[in-house]
Design a protein around this ligand. Structure first.
Ligand code: HEC
Ligand code: HEC
Length: 226
């Protein structure tokens, strides 16, 4: 993966704002626990909802919750071969993601497929992510441009696309506390120059933090003659 993980800490800070801006969090994709397999052994607990019943979503978008929750890949994504990844994308990712995109905009995403995420290069077997042909996102202004121009897409991305894709890849969703996980910048890139700026800002921050934490001790150790 070529995700510049170093940018995450700053994104974390900014993302908090973005998600706050996304309004009252009604966890849509996350709330339903993976339904237990309809195993013979499962006792008919009164409290347990029947496996197939998707919780009635308030949103008038049944398509969004149509696909059964993803179980994630059969083995860690990073251990899969390119062929395995391709097959998984085809048989799991597209069938799960398409209904979401169609529910968002049926016309635009009527021919949803590899190219929607990977771009035209997909036809030639190029699947590198993040995809610089996707709209660029600037985390340094908290996605201000996108927020102004496409607030609905921003919300759709944050609440549906990112969580579902993370699940499909078997990765944790980007978490501001651990600074790890699957996030916007696993698909999108930043405008030219921004990545470098972020890197610089992060390096500075990391250095400052290091000096604050371990710096004194190091100095002491060096200064002390034992
Ligand atoms: C909803 C968006 C989306 C769609 C649609 C999609 N992919 Fe992907 N694909 C991704 C993401 C995100 C990754 C990168 C995962 C990672 O490693 O972080 C990826 C990675 C891949 C990889 C691995 C690339 C690499 O460099 O390791 C292959 C191969 C791939 N996709 C093939 C396909 C094929 C074939 C299709 C269509 C059948 C498809 N994808 C459809 C999002 C998508
Ligand atoms: C799985 C890949 C993926 C992830 C993760 C993802 N996006 Fe997207 N995003 C897309 C695709 C694909 C499109 C373009 C769809 C199209 O062509 O209409 C898009 C479009 C957008 C747009 C619309 C911009 C425009 O000009 O039309 C915005 C805004 C956006 N994404 C923001 C985000 C944010 C913010 C996040 C993180 C919370 C995020 N995206 C995560 C795949 C992704």
């Amino acid at each position: 993966m070529t995700i510049p993980r170093f940018i995450y800490p700053t994104i974390a800070v900014l993302a908090a704002g973005v998600f706050a801006a996304c309004g009252g969090a009604k966890p849509m994709t996350e709330s339903p626990p993976p339904p237990p397999p309809p195993a013979e052994s499962a006792p008919p607990a009164e409290s347990a909802p029947p496996a197939e019943s998707a919780p009635p979503a308030e949103s008038a978008a049944p398509a969004a919750s149509e696909a059964a929750p993803s179980e994630g890949p059969p083995k860690p994504w990073d251990d899969m071969s390119t062929d395995e990844k391709k097959a998984y994308m085809k048989h799991e990712v597209v069938p799960h993601m398409k209904p979401l995109f169609v529910a968002q905009d049926a016309k635009r995403y009527s021919d949803f497929g590899c190219e929607t995420c990977h771009g035209k290069g997909a036809k030639k077997g190029k699947f590198k992510m993040p995809n610089p042909k996707l709209p660029k996102l600037n985390p340094m202004d908290k996605f201000a441009k996108a927020k102004k121009k496409h607030p609905e897409m921003l919300e759709f991305m944050a609440k549906k696309v990112k969580p579902e894709m993370a699940k499909l890849l078997g990765m944790p969703e980007f978490d501001p506390h651990t600074m790890k996980g699957f996030g916007c910048f696993d698909c999108h890139t930043m405008p030219p120059g921004i990545a470098a700026k972020m890197k610089k800002a992060m390096a500075k921050k990391a250095k400052a933090e290091k000096e604050e934490k371990g710096g004194d001790k190091d100095k002491d150790d060096k200064g002390k003659k034992k």
